[in-house]
Design a protein around this ligand. Structure first.
Ligand code: ASP
Length: 480
């Protein structure tokens, strides 16, 4: 990895700032480093300052013989941003700090440039922050994210996403963005809606997932799509959920269940081997259970198969297949269990088309579970309009309503749409498990609180009278 910042311009701009991580290669040399004051220990004559940047942390020392630097160092406080010119010294064997990556070196401070002072932080930054109240952490998230644990979580998240991107790109998948301002999709959750200013009284919906667009990309002949996609669902807060979350979303043409499952399984195994070599995947290939087997054996459709549940580096994946397509609603009708766009198992297509034995129809849905969590799910889709129409008929939709809501899908499916299927992995949950964190907020840069607020931005918030007027919206009674 290259940490060169200025490259060929270094000579024009003076000494190049280097990253702390690279100090071990510069023993005996004069260097410029920059970052945040982690801790200052003032022993009068000797002032020790630990300096932190995104690559690491190093101990520096100000000696009384560099007068100006010594006096400047005595003023520094935690979280001040400074640029230091200094000499890299190797520490004598006895003084090596084995607990620190850069414990073998020390920087002798020659010059201190204060780039910004900082108020006393509201909480400690050089511990893992688990004791700090979450509201305070989220209100001051820019400080909270400075701690080593959070820096690592976000960097590993990036590494995992980068791995997936490269992996899929190498398999000829194209990353394609789909709109955020869209129309309500029937994915089982409540939509977030956005009022239209140009069409007062009308609303966009934010996508619960890119489901319809990714299928339309298959109609469009793209064949292999993926996206690191934001999904938005206005659900009542339940446990460890976020109103917006991230999926690795994927769709593939001319694919069967085994193709999608195979790609995802291989991608996960390779990513973990490369990025988390310390982790052990309990069983490869991942075991596959039918929904019935999983329920009978484990009473769960996302069983925790770990042989040793105390082992933090054990990963037990499994697939669950053959879910019932439909389930009874409270009112006695039928609704889909997973995804209305799924196709039934090929041998059950006839039952769907004849609308017979609805409760017995099984779907091509496949879910992937990891250590007792749902890590993702997908299905092979109906790519013929008659079959999709039947799904909505079984759910009691009138023909007119079906065409009004899904006319675009039905038309696309009558215009040469290939057989296709896909899947989405929950990235937040996957990262939570890989990073051994207790909840997904620890692996999201700016999450909402458990009750869907952002206490740092103070959202949701009021909007001005002018904004409401433009949107043609009148607030009757705030729902407090
Ligand atoms: N759209 C589905 C979901 O969000 C995933 C899929 O079937 O591809 O769960």
């Amino acid at each position: 990895m290259s940490f060169v910042v200025r490259g060929k311009y270094a000579n024009i701009w003076g000494m190049e700032r280097i990253f702390i991580k690279n100090l071990t290669e510069k023993i005996g040399e004069e260097v410029k480093i920059a970052g945040w004051v982690d801790v200052r220990r003032d022993h009068g004559k000797l002032i020790f300052i630990d300096l932190r940047d995104m690559s690491g942390r190093v101990q520096m020392v100000a000696l009384p013989n560099h007068k100006e630097a010594h006096s400047a160092a005595s003023k520094l406080r935690s979280e001040w941003v400074v640029e230091i010119t200094g000499k890299v010294n190797k520490r004598p064997e006895k003084m090596v700090n084995k607990n620190e990556e850069l414990g073998g070196v020390e920087v002798e401070i020659m010059e201190v440039k204060i780039l910004n002072e900082a108020d006393t932080p509201v909480f400690e930054i050089n511990d893992d922050g688990r004791e700090v109240n979450e509201e305070t952490r989220l209100t001051n998230r820019y400080l909270d994210l400075r701690r080593g644990r959070m820096q690592k979580n976000l960097r590993m998240r990036h590494e995992v996403i980068r791995f997936f991107r490269n992996y899929l790109s190498d398999k000829n998948f194209a990353e394609i963005e789909t709109p955020l301002l869209t129309k309500s999709t029937p994915e089982g959750a409540r939509d977030f809606v956005v009022p239209s200013r140009l069409y007062n009284g009308k609303f966009y919906a934010l996508p619960q997932s890119p489901q319809q667009y990714k299928q339309l990309l298959m109609s469009a002949g793209m064949e292999r799509y993926f996206q690191i996609a934001k999904c938005l669902r206005d659900e009542d807060t339940r446990g460890d959920r976020q109103p917006e979350f991230t999926q690795l979303d994927l769709e593939m043409s001319f694919a069967e269940q085994k193709d999608i499952m195979g790609i995802i399984e291989e991608m996960l195994i390779t990513a973990i081997k490369n990025l988390y070599p310390q982790k052990k995947i309990q069983q490869i290939p991942f075991p596959v259970f039918t929904h019935k087997e999983a329920m009978e054996k484990y009473n769960s459709d996302k069983p925790d198969l770990r042989e040793d549940k105390n082992s933090p580096d054990l990963l037990a994946f499994c697939w669950v297949v053959n879910f019932p397509f439909f389930e009874k609603t409270e009112k006695g009708g039928w609704t889909f269990t997973h995804n209305p766009f799924s196709s039934p198992k090929p041998e059950h297509l006839e039952m769907l088309m004849k609308k017979e034995n609805t409760g017995e129809i099984l779907t091509t849905q496949y879910d992937i579970a990891l250590n007792g969590f749902e890590a993702g799910g997908g299905s092979i889709r109906n790519h013929k309009s008659e079959a999709l129409e039947k799904v909505f008929e079984i759910m009691g939709f009138e023909k007119e309503k079906i065409w009004q809501d899904f006319g675009h899908m039905l038309k696309a499916f009558s215009s040469g749409t290939p057989p296709h299927g896909g899947i989405a992995l929950g990235l937040d949950r996957l990262m939570m498990i890989l990073q051994n964190e207790p909840n997904i907020r620890e692996v999201i840069a700016f999450p909402k609180t458990g009750d869907a607020r952002d206490p740092m931005m103070d959202s949701p918030s009021d909007i001005s009278k002018e904004q409401l007027l433009e949107l043609g919206i009148q607030i009757k009674k705030p729902n407090k």
